[in-house]
Design a protein around this ligand. Structure first.
Ligand code: GDP
Ligand code: MG
Length: 325
């Protein structure tokens, strides 16, 4: 994530993370991996099988638009007699998925000339904001960056406590006020403190639920303005955290948050849950926002950069070449 050479990234985290991604993504009602081989076994690649595949894609949250795009490509290749067997179809499906996902594979690059680089984390209640901040804090700390966490979710005391636990675990600084305090004031003070200390990264938590959706958006806009008042180049990243289990709802949330505060990156969490992963394709197709990270569990290690090829491979059930140990 922080301009580290790709070889070291591959060596120290990728294989393990991808293996777990594949295992966890396909847990429960797997939509392609297990089913696909059953669907294809001993059958010819014809119009009927493509129609069945399209239905599966749509019911797996891929959405009508992205499914249509994938099928258009597959039909074209079938017409050219390029897809003679199941293996060729699976490979073509994977390639079509990669094509949609690839533009969203844009890692977060922390600009080390900023003191601090400010990341404002937004999203609805329970989407995984605080957990993501904790995981990201750990990642930054592992990269040798100094980090400060700002407890901008002042709605509940428990939210402040939860962030404190993550700060302690990651060895990050922590800035908070009491529950009910003005989140703008909390983030303002944290930013001043980070500047005074020369802290490299400030991760600001926010509330996900207020009296109403419009109230929440107004509060987030205000936090954004307060940050810009201290450093007009900040926030340097507005990270929207989406729970992949929300399905098509996640798309609606993304549009609302983007309109209100200008999202610059996405984190998709809980891909280890009942989520079928197809929503990631719909999000890529429709939002075209950078997908910075994915979450595949509650622990700090269950978090990694989004990789289009690895993700597509996990979905259709084949590990990419590079992930083999
Ligand atoms: N299984 C799983 N649970 C997650 C993931 N990310 C967050 N959670 C859990 O989801 C719940 C809500 O997360 P939290 O960070 O408090 O959400 P917030 O309200 O947006 O701050 C917590 O129990 C987290 O442990 C993930 O990637 N996978
Ligand atoms: Mg929270």
């Amino acid at each position: 994530m922080f301009r580290r050479p790709p070889e070291t990234a591959a060596a120290d985290e990728r294989p393990g993370f991808f293996r777990r991604l594949r295992q966890r993504l396909n847990r429960g009602d797997s939509w392609l991996t297990a089913d696909l081989s059953d669907l294809l076994r001993g059958r010819q690649i014809d119009a009927e099988i493509l129609e069945e595949l399209e239905t599966r894609l749509i019911t797996a949250d891929v959405g009508v638009e992205a499914s249509g795009r994938i099928l258009e490509e597959l039909r074209r290749r079938v017409a050219r007699k390029e897809l003679k067997d199941a293996a060729a179809l699976v490979a073509a499906l994977r390639a079509a998925i990669v094509e949609i996902l690839k533009p969203c594979q844009q890692p977060l690059v922390i600009d080390r000339t900023r003191h601090p680089f400010v990341v404002l984390v937004v999203g609805v209640n329970g989407s995984g904001k605080t957990t993501t901040i904790g995981k990201l804090a750990r990642r930054c700390a592992d990269e040798g960056l100094s980090v400060l966490l700002a407890a901008g979710d002042t709605f509940r005391a428990a939210a402040i406590e939860q962030l404190k636990v993550w700060a302690d675990r990651a060895g990050a600084g922590f800035a908070a006020q009491t529950a009910g305090a003005d989140p703008g004031a909390v983030v303002f003070d944290a930013l001043q403190a980070a500047r005074a200390r020369g802290t490299q990264v400030l991760l600001a938590d926010t509330a996900g639920r207020l009296h109403s959706q419009s109230h929440l958006m107004e509060e987030l806009k205000k936090v954004r303005r307060v940050i810009a008042r201290v450093d007009e180049s900040a926030p340097h990243e507005v990270l929207l955290v989406l729970d992949a289990n929300q399905g098509q709802n996640a798309l609606a949330q993304a549009r609302q948050f983007h309109e209100a505060v200008g999202v610059t990156g996405l984190v998709l969490t809980k891909l280890d849950g009942s989520a079928r992963g197809g929503i990631v394709i719909a999000i890529a197709q429709q939002l075209k926002l950078p997908i910075r990270f994915i979450g595949i569990g509650e622990g700090a290690e269950d978090f990694g950069e989004f990789d289009a090829e690895a993700f597509a491979a996990a979905l259709v059930g084949e590990l990419p070449e590079k992930s083999h140990p």
